[in-house]
Every structure is written in structure tokens, then in C-alpha cells.
Write a protein of this length. Structure first.
Length: 454
């Protein structure tokens, strides 16, 4: 077998390409959120209508998760990711022409349909192309797309808007999806053994690494035979039956409920933070964009560190519980400590700490969902988990829009929203606690068959 000449692996390249593609999908969510104060003034939206817009988008996005997980399992992640990106480009361009609440609602719903195709495909790539010892880091890298994108998207969106108008920003973002389509075409495949680029295939040593967990399991069943990745790939073991077993897995549904409530917190903060900073603290668009960027930068750091540490330790639940309980504390501080007129540095520091710990949950959720099922069924498991999570996003959009209110003096108050998000964090921690997780053991080296002299 050919020996590796470098520590770099083809699966890392595939992950980077998938990361770029998913950043483009996240771009629409982030730039629409940051431009919402201007769009609201231009087409005349109130807070309740904004909540309905966001809630409808995430409701459709959530429902697509359940469908997409099954589609990915049947037709492959490559095709699904390509369709999602192509649909994103067209629907983003079209949304730039909205003139009323009704037209915005209709086009944003279509975008939710296309974006909803992609998360199960992304998790399927992580669960099938990476061994367990790397899935936490790989999942964290993927998860940073929705915290890295908000770092640069607000700054770029505001700069483009100032140079042109908010409508042109949608057109520029639509074009950004085209390079990502090329990356999917050349570097992403349904399975690692299908990889082909300029006549090269996946090296055998890397396939042995990717399939090491399944190889170890098969080796235990057949100690007299040396098991290789080829034995695992060629094995036929009733995948159709195991798809049904995903829906019977109690831990999958507990994780789904935890994801529902954590996503209520996560997207509640992400969606409403720009409006909160401009309406309550009266920051201008540039200052708001910087604060949102810092919040998400700390989140990206928290995600990656959490993913790396959880891979080393071999468990996921403790990090998710800590993430939600600390987030509950921070929501309480936003109600009791942060008021209009609070010094900028205090608000910025609380946002940095909140971003770091709140995002730890996401770093390991995708990894845990695939580990509760199997690598080949990661898309189905995450379809259930992320589908429920996005229903939480929809709830955050709808409910928060009615919790934010103005006093007779004209002051906008978000206290009820922070309480709602804090209670969601508490419930998320509770459901994670109830999950039964098996600690990961590093696969043992395959034993050699016993030789006898005849």
C-alpha cells in the first residue's frame, strides 16, 4: 500500500470546498438580516411582519430538512448541494426586486426551500468522509460557516449598500454562488472512493483512515481475517431497514428537541441582534456591523476549540450542556445589566463571551447526530435533528416579533425576548442531559490472522 507523503488529506480539501459553498448559502441569511433595518424603512415593514418573514423562511427551511435527509441518502450529496446552490443564486437575485411585504414573503419562502436542501448533504459529507476521531473538528469547521459569514457579510453588505443600494447587494450575492458550483463539480463526491480529479483517485491509505471505525468493528466479528476498507465498502447490510431505525432512535429525538430549543436561542440572537443594537443602543450601521462581526468571530473560535477538545476526549454532551447553561446566564445579564446607555465596551465584552459559549453547542451537534446513527445515514439523522432545530428558528422569528415592544415614550424593549431565549437554553440543556451517549474509543489496530505450519 502506498504510504502518505504529507499530512494533508483529500478529505480536507473536500471539507474546505463544502465550507465555501455553505458560506455562500449563509450569505443570503446574514446580509438580509443586517440590511433589514434599511429594507424595513424602504418597503414599510413593522416588527410583526419581520417576525412573519423570518418565521416563514425558517419553517419551510425546517420542513425541507426531513425531506432532504432522505433525498441525500437516495440520490447523493453532490447533486443535492449543486441544486441548492443554483436555486440560491436565482432566488437571491429575484429577492432584490421586492416592493412589498407580500412579495418579500413569497420570494423568501422559495429561498428557504432551496437552502433547506443543503445541511443534510453537508453533514453526510462529514460523517462519511471523516473517521470519528475527526468528526468533531470537521463538524466545527462546517458549523463556523454561520458564524464566520456574519463576520464579513455585514461589513461587505453595508459597504455595497452605501456604494449602490440594498437591492444591488442581492444581485452581487447571487453571482457569488457560481464559483462554489465549480468547487462542487470537481472536488465533492458522494463517497470518498468515488473521488476522481485529473486522473487521480483516493489513495488507499486515506480510505483505510476514513473507514477505520467500520474496519475495527468488522475485525472484532472476524478475528481470523485481516479486514480492509474494501471489505467494508463491499458489505451489504440492509441500509433501507436502518433508515427506519433512525426514526425509532430515542436519543435522536431527544437531540432533536435540544436542537429545537437551542436554535430558538441561536437564531433569535443572530436574527434580532442587528435590530437590537440599532434600535436600543442607537448604534449606526457600521458600528452595528462591527459588533455583530465580533460576536460571530468569538463564536467561530468557540466552535472550533470545542470540536477539537471533544474529539480528543471522545464525548459531546458535556460541551452542549455547558453551552446552554452559560447562555442562560448571559441572557439574564442582557436583561439585568445591559441597558440603553450602557458603555460600549461592556456591551461588546458580553457579546464576545456570549458568542463563544453559545456556539459551542453547534460544534458537536452534527457529530453527535451521525454517531447516534451510522456514517452512511448521517444525512437522515441530521435531517431529523436539523429539521427540528429549524422549527426552533421559526419559533424564534414568529414569537420574538411579538415580544419586542415600544413603551409610550418610544423606547424599544427586548427584555421579554432575552427571557424567552434564556428559557429555551435551559430546556435545551435538559434534553441533552437525557441523551445516552457512548464515549468514543480509538479503534484498535487490526489483529493479524493466526498462521499455522502444516
Amino acid at each position: 500500500m502506498e504510504k502518505p507523503k504529507t499530512k494533508w488529506r483529500i478529505r480536507y480539501t473536500a471539507l474546505i470546498c463544502m465550507w465555501i459553498a455553505y458560506c455562500m448559502l449563509q450569505l443570503d441569511r446574514q446580509k438580509t438580516t443586517v440590511l433589514m433595518p434599511v429594507i424595513r424603512e424602504d418597503i414599510g415593514l413593522d416588527h410583526a411582519q419581520i417576525g412573519i418573514l423570518i418565521g416563514t423562511f425558517t419553517l419551510i427551511f425546517a420542513t425541507m430538512q426531513f425531506i432532504s435527509g432522505y433525498i441525500v441518502n437516495r440520490v447523493g450529496l453532490k447533486r443535492v448541494m449543486a441544486v441548492a446552490l443554483a436555486g440560491f443564486s436565482v432566488s437571491t437575485w429575484w429577492t432584490g426586486f421586492v416592493t412589498s411585504f407580500e412579495s418579500f414573503l413569497f420570494r423568501y419562502a422559495i429561498f428557504g426551500w432551496f437552502e433547506g436542501l443543503n445541511p443534510p448533504a453537508a453533514v453526510q459529507l462529514v460523517s462519511r468522509w471523516f473517521p470519528k476521531r475527526e468528526r468533531g473538528k470537521a463538524s466545527a469547521v462546517w458549523a463556523t460557516t454561520w458564524v464566520i459569514t456574519p463576520i464579513w457579510a455585514p461589513i461587505v453588505a453595508v459597504a455595497l449598500m452605501n456604494a449602490t443600494s440594498w437591492r444591488w447587494v442581492f444581485g452581487f450575492c447571487a453571482l457569488a454562488g457560481l464559483p462554489a458550483l465549480l468547487l462542487i463539480k470537481y472536488f465533492i463526491f458522494d463517497r470518498p472512493e468515488q473521488y476522481r480529479f485529473k486522473g487521480k483517485t483516493m489513495p488507499e491509505y486515506e480510505l483505510e483512515e476514513i473507514y477505520e471505525d467500520e474496519i475495527a468493528e468488522e475485525q472484532k466479528k472476524n478475528p481470523a481475517k485481516v479486514i480492509t476498507y474494501k471489505d467494508v465498502i463491499n458489505k451489504k447490510d440492509g441500509t433501507a431497514l436502518r433508515v427506519a431505525d433512525v426514526y425509532k432512535n430515542v436519543s435522536i429525538w431527544l437531540l432533536s428537541l435540544a436542537a429545537f430549543f437551542h436554535n430558538t436561542l441561536f437564531w433569535g440572537m443572530n436574527i434580532w441582534l442587528p435590530l437590537y443594537l440599532t434600535e436600543v443602543h442607537k448604534y449606526n450601521m457600521q458600528t452595528m456591523a462591527i459588533l455583530v462581526g465580533l460576536y460571530n468571530l468569538s463564536g467561530a473560535i468557540g466552535q472550533f476549540l470545542c470540536g477539537a477538545v471533544s474529539d480528543r476526549i471522545g464525548v459531546r454532551r458535556p460541551f452542549m450542556i455547558a453551552s446552554n447553561l452559560l447562555s442562560l446566564l448571559f441572557m439574564i445579564l442582557f436583561v439585568t445589566l445591559i441597558k440603553p446607555g450602557t458603555p460600549f465596551i461592556v456591551t461588546a465584552l458580553l457579546l464576545l463571551v456570549t458568542g463563544f459559549f453559545l456556539n459551542m453547542h453547534w460544534a458537536v451537534q452534527a457529530a453527535l447526530s451521525s454517531e447516534l446513527s451510522s456514517p452512511d445515514l448521517g444525512s437522515v439523522a441530521i435531517g431529523v435533528v436539523n429539521g427540528m432545530a429549524q422549527y426552533g428558528s421559526a419559533a424564534a422569528g414568529y414569537v420574538t416579533g411579538f415580544l419586542v415592544y415600544k413603551t409610550p415614550q418610544g423606547t424599544t424593549v427586548y427584555d421579554n425576548a432575552f427571557i424567552y431565549w434564556g428559557l429555551s437554553a435551559l430546556l435545551a440543556a435538559l434534553f441533552v442531559y437525557l441523551i445516552k451517549e457512548k464515549s468514543r474509543k480509538v479503534p484498535e489496530a487490526a489483529p493479524q490472522p493466526v498462521k499455522t505450519n502444516i
